[in-house]
Ligand binder design. Structure first.
Ligand SMILES: Nc1ncnc2c1ncn2[C@@H]1O[C@H](COP(=O)(O)OP(=O)(O)OP(=O)(O)O)[C@@H](O)[C@H]1O
Length: 218
């Protein structure tokens, strides 16, 4: 899927956080959103993922203007096409690692349904092999980050929105995550990554510098 922001601006609490950003994120390519801390990388990522409305400009998906999508249409996009690895990881601490990957449970509660082989494979790919029965709340920050990535891999979505995917990882796991994301893009997916990490940036084929034009509009 081709995701484009055209001249978008976003104000939060009276501050212009994004000021006329334009970026094209193509399928088969990993695009890095880079910039100083506070420049608006996360905000731009959220706008591209339809998690945050824009005040000006438009968001296009495969040439369709989705800027004013209803909540139902956005939900369809999230359900059918998108996977997110965001800064809070979205992990449900009270559930098992396995449940957090598949997000599917039997009606009776704790028994996890979904494709078990694929679930195990995505855990193996993220260095969490054999951990499926553990309580997710017991994982470390870096392990939760990899669990969130395992969920995204399991979903095999068309577009992957990833915020600082290597922030809490050691060198070996960072390399593993970069390889996984690169592989996702190589398989024709659109991968959009907000990052400070030079190794991660080096693995991206496209880069967008998020502007530092934020100013007070009060
Ligand atoms: N919900 C919010 N309420 C108030 N201010 C916000 C909110 N979200 C973002 N901002 C502000 O918008 C600016 C950009 O934030 P954002 O998180 O997008 O930056 P970033 O480039 O991702 O930063 P970092 O690299 O430090 O994660 C910051 O000044 C931040 O304080």
């Amino acid at each position: 899927m081709l995701i484009e922001a055209q001249d978008i601006s976003v104000a939060i609490g009276g501050r212009l956080v994004l000021d006329g950003e334009s970026v094209r994120c193509k399928p088969g390519i990993m695009t890095a959103l880079v910039g100083a801390s506070g420049s608006g990388k996360t905000t731009l990522l959220h706008c591209l993922g339809l998690l945050l409305p824009v005040d000006k400009g438009s968001i296009m998906i495969d040439g369709n203007d989705v800027t004013r999508y209803s909540i139902a249409a956005r939900r369809r996009f999230w359900r059918d096409h998108a996977a997110f690895v965001l800064q809070d990881y979205g992990i449900i601490d009270e559930e098992s690692v396995a449940f957090n990957v598949t997000m599917e449970a039997s009606i009776l509660g704790r028994r996890v349904s979904g494709n078990k082989e694929q679930m195990k494979q995505s855990l193996e790919q993220t260095g969490l092999k054999g951990r499926e029965h553990e309580l997710a709340g017991h994982l470390s920050g870096g392990e939760k980050q990899r669990l969130a990535l395992a969920r995204a891999i399991y979903k095999n979505a068309d577009v992957l929105f990833v915020d600082e995917p290597t922030a809490s990882l050691d060198a070996a796991n960072r390399r593993k995550v970069i390889e996984l994301l690169t592989d996702f893009a190589v398989r024709g997916r659109t991968v959009i990554v907000s990052t400070h990490d030079s190794e991660m940036i080096g693995a991206c084929s496209a880069m967008h510098q998020v502007g530092s034009k934020a100013r007070n509009i009060n």
